[in-house]
Design a protein around this ligand. Structure first.
Ligand SMILES: Cc1ncc(COP(=O)(O)O)c(C=O)c1O
Length: 386
């Protein structure tokens, strides 16, 4: 028998992958499927990005970059923080990584010892707890609900802190709920973490896709906060695999050292794509897309509520709606499977996002056109008998 690490029994695959595979199978057999399960923008790579990458490749710029990334990209990101948030970040603290996933690996790798605990919201992005397990840490998924906007609060962090707690991981806006942590609450969480001698890690991957108010970067709270971000969501470059981490000055060399060892560098064409994504020309395209996402949210949210899905907190960002479906079922997995087979609509069951009543929840992604969302809503209405 092939030896197998004990951690492999604890690390879960995404349920939605099986659902997506089944959706593709149905499509191959000629069925029309409305995709509301996919966690990536449906827009193509912006033309200025394609042009810049073609130019870089034609010039032979396809070799390894430094482990921390193209110097020009690190500087451009520092400029982005200055222009967008009025926050000064030394480019030396910015590490370019293969997606936010690479950033999370570097940060957790630099911070956690085996047995160290990380606090996070449940529901939350499923990879987080799997990353912690991969590094032989422990995670506590703190159940959150409408009362706190599906987010951690300073009070919750305080109440769940244990002797072995090393870090708190917050995503704002969050997957699967699209909600933000208000700036004063983030500051309060930061104070609790600081007082306990821990580390605050903030996932800002859905920044840029905010439809009400503004998301403030947690970097404004102080140089001790770790932030991860990506070109995958707002910038729409999922497959190019580029993200970044911002580290406290004293931790930057550790992240660089880990990057050198774990993946040498992020993909070079992807880094050129990222640089072009920050240009004014691309940003204009991205702003139009943000408005399109907002229009989709503004359609889908009331439409699902009218059907009887309970979405008690209006999500301010990302491209997800996390809906309580108890009016229709106490088994969201079976419901999502039947919805796919019978109505041709793919959505993600709550099971992917933790242990906090996943059977009562579904995640709807508005990563498809308004017309397709309308078609999806018509089909769901017929499926639930309305
Ligand atoms: C909250 C959150 N963090 C991180 C990631 C990882 O994204 P990527 O590695 O493409 O940047 C995702 C992807 O869905 C996400 O939803």
């Amino acid at each position: 028998m092939t030896p197998r690490a004990a951690r492999m029994a604890d690390i879960q695959p995404f349920r939605v992958m099986a659902l997506l595979a089944r959706a593709r199978e149905l499509e191959a057999a000629g069925r029309d499927i409305v995709h509301m399960e996919i966690g990536e923008p449906d827009f193509p790579t912006p033309p200025p990005v394609i042009a810049a990458v073609q130019k870089a490749i034609a010039a032979g710029d396809v070799h390894y970059t430094p482990a921390a990334g193209l110097p020009a990209l690190r500087s451009a990101l520092a400029g982005y923080y200055r222009a967008e948030y009025g926050v000064e970040v030394d480019p030396g603290r910015i590490m370019i990584t293969p997606g936010a996933s690479g950033a999370l690996l570097l940060i957790l790798g630099a911070v956690l010892d085996p047995g160290d605990r990380v606090l996070m919201a449940d529901p939350g992005y499923p990879c987080n707890r799997n990353f912690v397990r991969f590094l032989e840490g422990r995670s506590t998924g703190i159940p959150v609900g409408p009362g706190t906007g599906y987010q951690l609060t300073a009070e919750l962090v305080e109440a769940h802190w244990q002797d072995d707690t090393r870090a708190v991981l917050v995503a704002s806006p969050a997957n699967p709920t699209g909600t933000l942590v208000p700036p004063d609450e983030m500051a309060a969480i930061h104070r609790v973490v600081q007082a306990r001698g821990g580390v605050l890690i903030v996932d800002e991957i859905y920044h840029g896709l905010v439809y009400e108010g503004r998301a403030e970067t947690a970097l404004a709270l102080g140089e001790d906060v770790f932030v991860l971000n990506s070109f995958s969501k707002y910038f729409g470059l999922t497959g190019w695999r580029v993200g970044w981490a911002v580290a406290p000055p004293a931790a930057a060399a550790d992240l660089d050292k880990l990057a050198q060892n774990l993946f040498l560098a992020a993909p070079t064409p992807g880094q050129h794509a990222a640089l072009a994504a920050l240009s004014l020309k691309t940003r204009e395209i991205l702003e139009r897309r943000r408005l399109e996402f907002r229009a989709r949210r503004d359609y889908l949210l009331p439409a699902l509520r009218d059907l009887g899905f309970d979405i008690p907190v209006t999500p301010q960002g990302a491209f997800y709606l996390y809906a309580d479906c108890t009016r229709f079922t106490d088994d969201s997995l079976a419901f999502s499977e039947a919805l796919l087979e019978e109505a041709g609509v793919a959505v993600t069951p709550g099971l992917d996002f933790g242990h906090n009543h996943p059977e009562r929840h579904l995640r709807f992604a508005y990563t498809t056109s308004l017309e397709r969302l309308e078609e999806g809503v018509r089909r769901i209405a017929a499926f639930v008998g309305q």
